[in-house]
Design a protein. Structure first.
Length: 499
């Protein structure tokens, strides 16, 4: 470790590098709710004319001073949208089977139509151009009649969100696909995920976001859908360390530090707290060195190494190497565990320009790091490049539904494990499922999800917001970037205001 003899950079600026950027805020607060039912949709005509709907036919209305309640007990409402306070539509199911669309005219709710399958989402470009999605269904309203537009014989799906930039540029996301309507027909889009997608929103037809299970966030640029880069990849400091960084779905990460991209200086595995990676050197029993990394943008980060014996800290500014993006190999990157489970964990990551790293640890405090300069789509075979073994061990991993892992020392018998993958590498900052998304612009977007998760996007970086919510949040909507509502389980209603 004493090979890290570099000029200390930006020491006085360290605190700023550690801080994850956030918007100026008064913050999220819980509102008094008149129900304990699950709320699944929220929409408003203004910040003082907001509707929330949910289970057991619950319909809430906020007038700027408090929430009132009414209910239609035979219904389960899942989504709400409107064009004004006197034209509000909600979709859901009747008696847990038939889909329904209900309309509010400013004084009463009445039925617009029913359908043979449940409905879960609604959006429109105008009062005479409305789309509602559900099980194998996308209905369209032209101002007079509702008709089904979707041919389920082409592909079965359960649509959970619908949004468009216009009536001829509409997206519907669900359990298996994203479908796009161009004004004439619906077609399936190529997307970089197989997870269920639960929310859609865009600032334009060339800046559309979809969110879903295990923290999935993907973006459409008008041509392709792509996963947001997150922080995974190779980061360089110029005359300092090279950092190989990889996050996983359980909100943990591994960080491999090298002086030259070949020889390992230190390896770390840790939970990510408040957007900051904070780990101790696993090769030294977690006693000697500690590293902190704070990501300040998609391409910039601050890195600090502290000698826990002397207390001396060295700081570097890191820049992501755009040519060395973490590149999944045969979809096998991620954490694997031994089967039967004896506590062994195998952290695998392959990089775009060649080479792969594998960290083996059973406690995230001690372990071995292996490097394969040319892994294939079926096998990783690397040599130990980190103390205490110093190239005395060869590690082989054959991929498959169940992988076979063999650790071969210079002397003694090989150790053999069967291994199953239980956590894929993902480019997100949360393991929570994301269930709703809304924004006031392309640089001010909110996403909500399980366990009270609320994320914010400023046009460059997604960051976790402090909400003090603990229940699943299902939907989010705002009248502006300083007046946002999120609703969810147990009647939870969160309100965000900013300066």
């Amino acid at each position: 470790m004493n090979r890290l003899k570099t000029v200390i950079i930006l020491t006085s600026f360290l605190a700023a590098l550690w801080v994850v950027p956030a918007i100026s805020e008064t913050g999220w607060t819980a509102m008094s709710s008149p129900t304990s039912k699950i709320l699944r949709g929220v929409w408003g005509n203004s910040g003082t004319d907001v509707f929330a709907v949910g289970d057991d036919g619950v319909i809430l209305h906020y007038d700027g001073s408090g929430w009132g309640i009414s209910s239609r007990v035979l219904y389960q409402f899942a989504g709400v949208w409107g064009t004004s306070g006197t034209n509000v539509l909600t979709v859901g199911t009747l008696l847990s089977s038939s889909g329904v669309v209900q309309r509010y005219d400013g004084s009463t709710w009445s039925s617009m139509t029913s359908w043979g399958y449940p409905l879960s989402c609604i959006w429109g470009s105008s009062a005479t151009d409305i789309f509602a999605g559900g099980f194998n269904t996308i209905l369209h309203y032209n101002g007079s009649n509702w008709t089904n537009m979707y041919d389920s014989s082409a592909s079965n799906d359960y649509f959970l969100s619908v949004w468009g930039s216009s009536g001829s540029d509409v997206f519907a996301a669900g359990a298996r696909s994203i479908q796009h309507y161009n004004g004439a027909a619906w077609t399936a889009m190529s997307i970089p995920t197989s997870t269920t997608l639960r929310g859609l929103w865009g600032s334009s037809g060339t800046n559309v976001f979809a969110v879903g299970d295990i923290g999935t966030i993907i973006r459409y640029d008008g041509t392709n859908w792509s996963a947001l880069p997150g922080n995974d990849g190779v980061w360089r400091s110029g005359n300092g360390p090279v950092v190989y960084y990889q996050t996983y779905t359980n909100n943990s990460a591994m960080c491999i530090v090298s002086s030259d991209g070949k020889n390992i200086i230190a390896a770390y595995a840790a939970k990510i707290e408040n957007g900051i990676f904070d780990g101790v050197d696993i090769g030294n029993g977690g006693k000697k060195y500690r590293v902190k990394i704070g990501f300040t943008s998609p391409s910039q980060a601050g890195y600090t190494l502290t000698d826990l014996t002397t207390g001396i800290a060295q700081s570097y500014a890191l820049t992501r190497d755009p040519a060395e993006i973490a590149q999944p190999l045969a979809d096998e990157d991620g954490i694997w565990r031994s089967s039967p489970d004896d506590g062994q964990r195998f952290y695998l990551q392959v990089y775009k320009n060649g080479g792969g790293l594998l960290l083996r640890s059973n406690d995230a405090l001690t372990g071995e790091v292996f490097w394969d300069p040319a892994p294939t789509a079926t096998k990783f075979q690397g040599q130990d490049i980190y103390s205490p073994h110093q190239a005395s061990v060869v590690f082989t991993m054959a991929y498959g539904i169940t992988g076979q892992v063999v650790r071969t020392p210079v002397s003694g018998s090989p150790q053999i494990w069967a291994a199953t993958s239980f956590s894929r590498a993902i480019p997100g900052l949360t393991a929570s499922s994301l269930t709703g998304i809304w924004g006031s612009s392309g640089t001010d977007i909110f996403a909500v999800g399980t366990s009270g998760t609320i994320l914010h996007y400023d046009g460059k970086l997604w960051t976790a917001m402090t909400s003090n919510a603990t229940k699943t949040l299902n939907a989010v909507w705002g009248s502006s970037n300083s007046d946002v509502f999120a609703v969810g389980e147990d009647g939870t209603i969160m309100h965000y205001t900013s300066k």
